[in-house]
Design a protein around this ligand. Sequence first.
Ligand code: DQA
Length: 154
Amino acid sequence: MTTVFVFNGPNLNLLGTRKPEVYGTTVLADVEAQCRESAAAHGLALDFRQTNHEGTLVDWIQEAGAAVKRGEALGLVLNAAAYTHTSVALHDAIEGAELPTVEVHISNVHGRETFRHHSYVSPVAAGIVVGFGIGGYALAIDGLVRKFRPLRSV
Ligand code: DQA
């Protein structure tokens, strides 16, 4: 079964209690459940992870890129959280791995502080989903499938 990766960056382990007025009251396990449902609906296996560490995300992106090259995975849904706005390393990792990546943000980063308006991920992303709450993850999986999965023959 083809895999879809969903990686989450720093502080997203605190979803549900961290700034609920911005990020809502659902927890990361709820996000994982929604992603699992969406992946299953597309006949995909889900590999869902969270880390607070930038280098770990780089390692995981390289791993996901290798899986796509072997034909075992479709691509990545990435909420890099604060590293979105700071990390050249994540930009280079996605570009180097040639990994189909959809950038996701729960909040509308463009309606917030100006330091959240710039993304190092966007230039190397296949698409971007911003501001739809945790529903954005399922939209991103759908987008990956529509853009990268060849149409089934009937
Ligand atoms: C976020 C937006 C980022 O600016 C922030 O640092 C996060 C979460 C979002 O999902 O809205 O941690 O990526």
